[in-house]
Design a protein around this ligand. Structure first.
Ligand SMILES: CC(C)(COP(=O)(O)OP(=O)(O)OC[C@H]1O[C@@H](n2cnc3c(N)ncnc32)[C@H](O)[C@@H]1OP(=O)(O)O)[C@@H](O)C(=O)NCCC(=O)NCCS
Length: 164
């Protein structure tokens, strides 16, 4: 697998797509491997988690941010939405595995991925939860209405979607 960690240049064209195939493409696995190399070990759990149960039920999804290349796209980042496995409430969803490659950061891609997740989440979940220790990420989530929560090991933020 080729590492993407070396800086590379790409045009300004980027796009976000849902990934719905239970089989993950090898460039996305490279992205995940780079995340682990960078020190984000949690993103390394994603391929196994997806293989066990792809996030393809109603209100779930994997969204990928791509750099447009002549022969397709190179993944720059990803974001997932699923039922929250840490709570029994069937109306609580979870944002997870949000990772942007260093080459793709500060271009608004995490925000676009978040918007895609929120649009998917809105009709299905009453509440969304997530866990982050990254203040940059927390600032982004709080801009979209997530509120910090305390006293829970598995979540730092929650958003009430006011549905159901
Ligand atoms: C946190 C993380 C997801 C943010 O991704 P990102 O794509 O860089 O986020 P965005 O570009 O949407 O926003 C980040 C900042 O860049 C700014 N930005 C957006 N477009 C920009 C542009 N064209 N030029 C300069 N800055 C820009 C945003 O305003 C935002 O600024 P702020 O932090 O001052 O509010 C990414 O750094 C990451 O993956 N980090 C490691 C893993 C991690 O912590 N994931 C979160 C786990 S929940």
């Amino acid at each position: 697998m080729t590492s993407l960690l070396q800086p590379y240049s790409f045009g300004s064209e980027t796009f976000i797509t849902p990934w719905t195939d239970p089989v993950l493409p090898s460039p996305l696995l490279s992205l995940v491997a780079d995340g682990v190399t960078e020190g984000y070990e949690w993103v390394g759990d994603f391929p196994t988690c997806w293989r066990e149960r792809p996030f393809l039920d109603e209100g779930e999804g994997l969204f990928v941010a791509w750099a447009q290349e002549q022969d397709g796209g190179i993944p720059l980042g990803m974001a997932c939405l699923s039922a929250d496995p840490h709570v029994a409430d069937p109306d609580t969803g979870r944002l997870r595995y949000i990772y942007l490659h260093p080459n793709g950061r500060r271009r608004g891609l995490a925000e676009r991925l978040l918007q895609a997740c929120l649009a998917r989440a809105q009709p299905r979940w009453r509440r969304l939860r997530l866990h982050t220790v990254n203040p940059l990420a927390a600032r982004l989530y709080e801009r979209y209405g997530f509120l910090p929560i305390t006293g829970e090991a598995q979540a730092t933020h929650a958003l009430d979607l006011g549905r159901r």
